[in-house]
Design a protein around this ligand. Sequence first.
Ligand code: HEC
Length: 131
Amino acid sequence: MTLKQALHFLLLSVLSLFLMSAGKADARTMKAIEKNMEHMKKPEKNLKKLAISKLYLTPKFYKDVVILQKAAAKLVKIKHPDKEFNDLSDELVEYLGKLSAAIKKKDSKKANEFWKDVKSICSDCHGAYKD
Ligand code: HEC
């Protein structure tokens, strides 16, 4: 191998390592996400149950929406190397806000719609980033 070939080889190795790691969150970021998601587990379970009976306007439903909002506000502070991840975090905050506003206005129909939107944002992100 000539020196030039060796340099090319080195350059390609570095490049492929870089490409392999692109878009992947480091261990610290993953840990922060995992911890954040643990706070969503219980409220999600409660909300799903209440949503079956369309109990969107109950204080219980609202309480768990607020818990999700707090977790989502922390999620947006976690910077992921993928833009899509950060966009989905922003969207979650936005739609939880819409859901909360609909509950305050006692608009059960809108609350039902926004709850479905929130759930699809959760599953969009899980489809792409949760293994
Ligand atoms: C922007 C991305 C993103 C959004 C939005 C998101 N999640 Fe997650 N969630 C993840 C990732 C990534 C994991 C996997 C974390 C890990 O390594 O355990 C996860 C894991 C979870 C887990 C499993 C945690 C455990 O204990 O195993 C639950 C529960 C969860 N999410 C709930 C929710 C709920 C509820 C919502 C919506 C209100 C939501 N998530 C929205 C990225 C997201």
